[in-house]
Every structure is written in C-alpha cells, then in structure tokens.
Design a protein around this ligand. Structure first.
Ligand code: SF4
Length: 297
C-alpha cells in the first residue's frame, strides 16, 4: 500500500538552518542579548502584517516610553494611539495596553513563560504566545507564522504554497528542530528568517538556500501551485487607508477637532462616514457632546 506520510527531510536540516542563521541573520534590535520578554512581546505584536523597517523606530520608542507592562497599563489610550504612529492596524495599540493591564493584574507585571498563560492574555494568539516563550524566555517552542508555513510546505511537503493553516504545522516544525534546547530556540528564529529572506513568497531563492539538497519541492521538480492564486492585498482606496488618514488628523492635532477637519482627509463622504463610525466602535476615537472628535482619554 502506498504510504500517505509526508516525506521527511534529512535529519540535520534543523542544525543546518541554525548554522546558516549564525551568519545570515539580520541584526534586529529585539533579537539582541538583554532584550526582555516584554520587549519581545511588543515587537511580535508590531510585526504582525507590518514590515521590519516600519516597526523598528516605533518599537524603540515604545520600549523606551513603556519599558515594563505596568508603565504601558498606566498610559492613556490617546498616548498609545499617538505613539503607534503610522504602523497600521491601530487596534493593536489598544490591545497591547489591555495585554499590559492583564499582565499587571494576573502576573504581577511580569511576562509568563508558559504558553497557556500567554495564550490566555487578551490579544495574544498561539503564534505570539509561542514566540514570546521561545524568543523572550529561551524555551524551545515550534513557532509558526506565514513564512514558516511556506517553508514547511515546500521543504517537507513539496508544495509550492502553504495554503490554509493546518493542525499539523506545529508538529512539522517541531520535527525539524535540533534536540539541543539552545539550538532548538535558534532554529525557531532561523526557519522564520529563511522564509523572510530566502524561501520567500513568489519565487524562492533556492540557489542561496542552505537546505536546497533536502527540499522536497526542489526534488519534485518545483511543481506549480495548484490552488487558487494568492490574494495580493491592495491598500489604496481601502477603508484601512481612510481610517489611517482620519487618525492622522487626530494625532497631529493638539486637542479635539471639528468634523470639517476630518472631511478634508477624504473626499468620499459615505466611505469617510463609515470609517469614522468604525473608529468610534473600535474605541480609537471619541465624539464629544459638542460634535468634535478626539482621541480617547
Ligand atoms: S530550496 Fe527553495 S523552496 Fe526549498 S526550502 Fe530552500 S528556498 Fe524554499
């Protein structure tokens, strides 16, 4: 009978990636020695759907302003929304403040190393919990983001694209990790780096890949993706852009602004109104009794 088990790459793939990472890793500030689990948590939330270059200056500002959960928990919503700047998806700023408050309440202002305790925090999902346990506390964990799923799909399963998330993704990554705990931690960041720099979306750079000899997709002759094409997210003209423009007006103002100021931010009245409503619902803006708008106190 034909086996349905996924072909396994060579057992030294994990170690090879750790050694490659030692020479190829980007020097990112949240990876440096001495960066604590709180600063790692802030970086992981900021890096969701946001490029490193945009995150770096904002992360530096946040960890300087709020070096511990208690400091962020004591900040006002307006302060955190302002400090979020133009990172996008600004609800993350408010969620991080909620996370900080929960850390103060449940963990005495410290960041736990236990994945279940981390997952129980508001705004912390499986990926972030494992990343904080692994990169913030040095506890070996399979850490699976979009880049890692793409690497696993190609390297282990011989598929061009990852498709939707699978329950087996964590197992697949854990199976590749070296046995040594310290190397297993570095492996988790190494495989993410491979997906970010080499095994990239679109056309992977297989000639520069340290594990090309073990790659199931290369061995299979690089079969094309068979599922629906990847959606390319546009930004121009979306509600996300409009919400950003409206928030920009409030961030730049010294105090509450008249509705007329917001009208200048976007021409389409229906879209502007819809986005204004959604910002109010999300708690990112408030409307005063006199009709003016302000960041939440
Ligand atoms: S050989 Fe190519 S497809 Fe395979 S893991 Fe490396 S970069 Fe990705």
């Amino acid at each position: 009978m034909e086996s349905t088990a996924a072909p396994r790459p060579a057992p030294d793939v994990g170690d090879t990636l750790v050694d490659w990472f030692a020479g190829a890793a980007r020097d990112l500030p949240w990876r440096r020695p001495g960066v604590d689990a709180w600063a790692v948590l802030v970086s992981e939330v900021m890096l969701q759907q946001t490029p490193v270059a945009r995150v770096e200056p904002v992360w530096r500002e946040w960890v300087a302003l709020w070096p511990a959960p208690a400091a962020l928990a004591a900040a006002s919503p307006a302060e955190v929304i302002r400090a979020w700047g133009k990172l996008g998806y600004p609800r993350r700023a408010l969620r991080l403040r909620e996370t900080a408050a929960a850390l103060v309440e449940r963990h005495g202002g410290t960041v736990p190393a236990d994945v279940a305790a981390l997952e129980a925090l508001p705004g912390v999902g499986t990926y972030t919990a494992r990343a904080v346990a692994c990169f913030g506390h040095g506890t070996p964990q399979p850490v699976v983001d979009t880049n890692v799923r793409r690497v696993v799909a190609r390297l282990v399963h011989g598929r061009a694209e990852a498709g939707t998330a699978r329950a087996s993704d964590l197992r697949d990554v854990a199976a590749l990790a070296p046995a040594d705990p310290g190397r297993a931690v570095r492996f988790s960041v190494a495989v993410m780096e491979l997906g970010a720099l080499v095994c990239v979306a679109g056309t992977p750079r297989c000639t520069a890949c340290p594990v090309t000899g073990a790659c199931a997709w290369v061995r299979a002759g690089r079969p094309p993706h068979e599922g629906p094409p990847r959606r390319v997210q546009r930004f121009a003209g979306t509600d996300r852009q409009v919400r950003g423009r409206l928030l920009d007006v409030l961030r730049a103002a010294d105090g509450p602004v008249e509705a007329a100021r917001l009208e200048e931010a976007w021409d389409d009245a229906a879209q502007r109104s819809r986005c204004l409503d959604s910002l109010l619902v999300d708690g990112l803006l408030e409307q005063l009794p006199d009709g003016r708008f302000t960041l939440p106190a």
